[in-house]
Design a protein around this ligand. Structure first.
Ligand code: GRG
Length: 306
């Protein structure tokens, strides 16, 4: 294993540990009479996801901050946690019977199975709403914090994930072109990844050129991530994935694999990963951490897609 591989693994482990210890604090104190709601929020939030979005957020923050020692990852954990809370809410709602109707998530019963449907809906609502209070508690200057939060609100909401989900649900059972599929996923999955990365940039003082590079990196990262997710839905097993496999086919969904075949989907994922790396070029050495993260997260998964 090369030195740089070792470094990125250490980086990811250390940042993940920070995120894991900060997350439960975001749901304190418990509101009297709403113990079941808090239990459901904590159940889903602490179920052991990969913490990809907060990791990307911290990596972008630290990359742009470069040698500015006044920017320490520890101080930005509230923002990182808020992003993970939004992601977790989206998974809870996505699993509901009215949406994907999945019984398993992150290796255990989905929220509405472990609790009940009303509690799961409200746990999602609670995580989403409270995420903004948590992000606003980040000790950063308002001129950096507010645009970052606004970006998250737009990309997680009606100008990103929520609209992507609506279009996806409406398209169920209908054949889609590659272009339509890419549009849906750029909203549904890519937008929150973009928000995480570019918000990290905003908070570290990235200028417009840097933010463009980060946006483009995260867009391509999201595309590769989604194509790999489609491939894994076919080639992985339920235990590795922590959720049912074959759910795309069962839901009659057009995927990158149905449109391109397995080999074509692998090639498209590799091309998107290369685009993500290329987008970082204008950042020079500031792009190295994000490039290594893309390789560690996506390159490794892609290699496992055999
Ligand atoms: C309900 C508004 C609303 C939106 C839901 C993100 C989403 C939109 C649905 C998730 C459906 C899905 C399985 C999409 C594929 C890509 C994806 C987002 C996978 C889950 O993200 P990971 O792999 O999960 O980062 P962990 O559990 O590791 O955090």
């Amino acid at each position: 294993m090369s030195a740089s591989t070792l470094d990125i693994k250490n980086y990811m482990e250390e940042r993940r540990a920070l995120i894991e210890s900060a997350l439960p604090q975001a749901l304190q104190p418990v509101c009297r009479g709403a113990e079941q709601l808090f239990a459901a929020m904590e159940y889903s939030l602490m179920a052991g996801g990969k913490r990809l979005r907060p990791l990307l957020f911290l990596a972008a923050l630290e990359s742009i901050a470069a040698r500015d020692e006044s920017i320490r990852a520890e101080d930005y954990l509230p923002f990182a946690c808020g992003i993970e809370m939004i992601h977790t809410y989206s998974l809870i709602h996505d699993d509901l019977p009215a949406m994907d109707d999945d019984d398993l998530r992150r290796g255990r019963p989905s929220c509405h199975k472990a609790f009940d449907e009303a509690t799961a809906i409200l746990a999602g609502d609670g995580l989403l709403t409270h995420s903004f209070a948590v992000m606003l508690s980040t000790p950063a200057a308002a001129e950096r914090l507010l645009p970052a939060i606004r970006l998250v609100a737009e990309k997680a909401g009606i100008y990103g994930m929520v609209s992507g989900q609506v279009i996806d649900v409406a398209a169920e059972g209908q054949p889609l072109t590659l272009q339509q599929l890419q549009y849906i996923h750029s909203c549904k999955t890519g937008a929150l990844l973009q928000a995480a990365v570019v918000a990290g940039g905003w908070l570290a003082g990235a200028d417009a050129v840097m933010r463009d590079a980060l946006m483009s990196y995260a867009g391509s990262f999201g595309l590769a991530f989604q194509i790999i997710d489609d491939i894994l839905d076919i080639v992985a097993d339920e235990q590795t994935l922590g959720k049912p496999i074959g759910s795309d086919a069962a839901n009659n969904k057009t995927t990158y694999v149905t449109l391109l075949g397995l080999d074509g989907a692998r090639a498209a994922a590799a091309a998107a990963l290369a685009d993500a790396q290329a987008a970082l070029q204008s950042l020079g050495t500031r792009g190295e951490l994000l490039a290594a993260l893309a390789d560690a997260c996506l390159g490794a998964q892609l290699a496992a897609c055999r």
